[in-house]
Design a protein around this ligand. Sequence first.
Ligand code: 5GP
Ligand code: ZN
Length: 109
Amino acid sequence: MECIFCKIVNGEIPAEKVYEDDSYIAFNDINPKTPVHILIIPKKHIKMFHSVDNEEDKNLIKGMYDIAWHIIQLKNLKGCNLLINSGSDHGQEVFHIHLHLMSKYEVDK
Ligand code: 5GP
Ligand code: ZN
């Protein structure tokens, strides 16, 4: 398996995890564009958003937003950008679907 995010799921390469459950993992982006830059992924290898063709994968993708809300609470974020790049001609570099959760500031509780 060549997928770098599957390797993070399997623990083959390290990542700074912020959240994990049976179906999802979230970790800090290695090259953050904003002070908070977290990637939320399903553990299942789904390549892209726009080409998804089955209900199981669609539900896993919808569920990524629940993880985003959870992390927003966890980190007390006061605003965010949510982004999915889908397709190499639309900025996607890693072909294991991921939701970018970015924020300008993190507020300590
Ligand atoms: P994309 O352009 O595919 O939407 O975003 C890929 C993101 O994955 C980029 O923001 C990049 O910094 C991040 N990334 C690539 N390789 C790794 C890695 O090995 N570990 C982590 N934590 N992030 C990575
Ligand atoms: Zn993968």
